[in-house]
Design a binder for this molecule. Structure first.
Ligand SMILES: Cc1cc2nc3c(=O)[nH]c(=O)nc-3n(C[C@H](O)[C@H](O)[C@H](O)COP(=O)(O)O)c2cc1C
Length: 172
C-alpha cells in the first residue's frame, strides 16, 4: 500500500478478532519500527513484543486502576502488543518513540491490520511498579516506557478522525 493511502485510511482499532499475527507480519512491523529515524541515529529504542494474554499486561491493567472504558482492557484484546521503551537520559527519546510507533501503525495499516497506539499505561509504567514492569518487559538498563501499540485483525471499523485545517495550519 502506498504510504499516503495508509496515512489516509489508518484509524485506531478498538475491537479485534482473536487471530494471531503471522511471523512475517510481526517481522514487518518490527522492521518498520527499527527503520524509523532517531536523532543523531542513536537508535535508543527497544521493542518488547507481548502476546495479548501475557500476564504482565493484566498486572499493568491492575496498576492503572479505574478505566475510561471499563468493559475493555487497555489493549482491546488485541493478539499482539508492542511496547517501546527508550533511553531515559537522551533528550529526543520521546520524539523518536513517537516516530517509531507511527511507522509501526502505518506498516500495520499497509498489511491490512488494525492497530491502536497506547499511551494510557504510562502512569502505571512510571509509577511505583516501574522497576518491576521494566524488568518483566525486558527493558535495557536506563530505559523507561515511552509508548505502546496494539495490533491485530480488525473486528470493527471507524472513520478516520476529522480535522480543522484552518485552525491547525499557518502558511506564511
Ligand atoms: C500518543 C498517543 C497515545 C494514545 N493513547 C491511546 C490510548 O491509551 N488508548 C486508546 O484507545 N487510544 C489511544 N490513542 C489513540 C487516539 O485516541 C487516536 O489516535 C485519536 O483519537 C484519533 O483517532 P484515529 O487514530 O482513529 O484517527 C493514542 C494516540 C496517540 C497518538
Amino acid at each position: 500500500m502506498d504510504v499516503l493511502k495508509a496515512m489516509e485510511t489508518r484509524f485506531s482499532t478498538r475491537d479485534y478478532t482473536p487471530e494471531k499475527l503471522t511471523e512475517a507480519e510481526l517481522d514487518t512491523l518490527l522492521t518498520a519500527g527499527l527503520q524509523a529515524p532517531t536523532a543523531t541515529n542513536r537508535q535508543e529504542l527497544h521493542f518488547t513484543v507481548l502476546s495479548g494474554d501475557a500476564p504482565v499486561l493484566f498486572a499493568i491493567q491492575e496498576a492503572m486502576g479505574t478505566r475510561k472504558r471499563p468493559e475493555k482492557n487497555f489493549w482491546y484484546n488485541a493478539p499482539t502488543v508492542i511496547v517501546i521503551s527508550g533511553e531515559t537520559a537522551f533528550g529526543w527519546t520521546a520524539v523518536d518513540a513517537g516516530i517509531a510507533v507511527e511507522n509501526i501503525a502505518l506498516a500495520a495499516e499497509a498489511l491490512g491490520l488494525g492497530n491502536v497506539i497506547l499511551g494510557c499505561l504510562k502512569g502505571a509504567m512510571l509509577g511505583e511498579k516501574r522497576d518491576e514492569f521494566a524488568k518483566a518487559l525486558g527493558f535495557p538498563e536506563g530505559y523507561d516506557f515511552q509508548i505502546a501499540v496494539a495490533v491485530g485483525r480488525k473486528a470493527a471499523g471507524k472513520e478516520p478522525h476529522s480535522f480543522d485545517r484552518e485552525k491547525q495550519v499557518t502558511v506564511l
